[in-house]
Design a protein around this ligand. Structure first.
Ligand code: AMP
Ligand code: MG
Length: 328
């Protein structure tokens, strides 16, 4: 994991040539390309197999560059950027005419954030222009949280990988719609709704429920947003939500992701995650990938039991969202 200036120089040469560079962030690894280059952005969609209607998040070095990709930068956006950037909060605002329609999926709005990883901030600063950065995996699959996950998805000739170590956060950014009223969370993520409300001094609407895949108490709000796909973040192994009793009774054809310290197995192979929300989020995608590597016939995921600390409620909500989408 060398972070020398040579590595950044190589990455910049790749980006200037319209190529792709995977970069570490505090959420998951991103697949970076020059956000103002139509061919480079098209290449991102092509290599990911991403549907054209799913817009890309634009990664910037800070509020100043953020303001350069939108047509207006309201006071509230500045306040949120000052409070949470660099960090896992993407703000959706009306796009500047400089942003190609491929990035916005023709919506006229753009999601923007400054990623909280020093290597990637240095890259964007040195490049001098914003980078698109969807998760560095094939569309619909599990987001990568380690450089080796990215290398397993793409070859080095297509994607240069900057190795910044394992991602601290482990799930994607919170996406906040500020383009018109009502302001609302389109995707729950690592920044909690209550923290956003604390900075804004007013309520925002909660995220979309992921659908029938998740138990009824999983989510708070129910406002639809654009660009949200039902099945996403999914392992290859057929996965379903389960509980300790079912997992204990499962056989050797099964792999299970559990969090109860006393969860036991009759024959299923167990992958354990921590019981705290930050630890669970950090380990979840790695666990889903490890489960796939075992080649089991099915994957059971223990639904996190009730009775968790209220301070972790919003992060669990984001985790439930991912579990719901992974098991549809
Ligand atoms: P990913 O890059 O895979 O983390 O996905 C980015 C997600 O951010 C999309 O699937 C959308 O949910 C959301 N997003 C990005 N840009 C916009 C936008 N302009 N309007 C609404 N949602 C957006
Ligand atoms: Mg993704």
């Amino acid at each position: 994991m060398s972070h020398g200036p040579e590595e950044i120089a190589l990455a910049i040469a790749r980006l200037r040539a319209g190529g792709l560079v995977a970069f570490p962030t505090e959420t998951v690894y991103g697949l970076g390309a020059d956000a103002f280059s139509v061919p480079a952005v098209r290449r991102v969609f092509e290599i990911k197999g991403r549907p054209e209607h799913n817009p890309l998040i634009v990664h910037v070095s800070g509020p100043e560059m953020g303001a350069s990709v939108v047509s207006s930068w309201p006071r509230e956006a500045q306040r949120l950027a000052e409070a949470f950037w660099p960090g896992p909060l993407s703000l959706v605002l009306p796009a500047s005419s400089r942003v190609p329609r491929e990035v916005t999926a023709g919506a006229g709005t753009v999601a923007v954030r400054a990623p909280g990883h020093p290597l990637t901030l240095a890259l964007i600063e040195a490049f001098g222009l914003p980078l698109v950065g969807p998760s560095a995996n094939r569309s619909g699959g599990v987001s990568p949280t380690r450089a080796e996950h990215v290398r397993a998805e793409f070859n080095e000739a297509d994607v240069l990988v900057l190795d910044g170590g394992p991602c601290r956060g482990g799930i994607e950014s919170t996406v906040l719609w500020l383009a018109d009223e009502p302001w609302r969370v389109l995707r729950p993520g690592l920044v909690s709704v209550s923290a956003i409300e604390g900075v804004l001094g007013r309520p925002v609407a909660g995220p979309v429920a992921p659908g029938e895949g998740a138990p009824a108490d999983a989510m708070t709000g129910a406002l639809p947003g654009p660009g949200l796909m039902a099945r996403h973040y999914a392992p290859r192994t057929p996965a379903s939500i389960s509980d300790r009793t079912q997992i204990a009774a499962a056989g050797a054809d099964t792999v299970a992701i559990v969090m109860s310290p006393d969860a036991t197995s009759g024959g299923a192979r167990l992958i354990r995650l921590p019981t705290d929300a930050p630890g669970y989020a950090r380990g979840l995608y790695d666990a889903l990938r490890s489960a796939d590597d075992l080649g089991a016939a099915r994957l059971l995921i223990e639904w996190p039991p009730r009775g968790r600390p209220p301070a972790e409620a919003d992060l669990w909500c984001a985790i439930y969202d991912r579990l719901g989408r992974a098991t549809r």
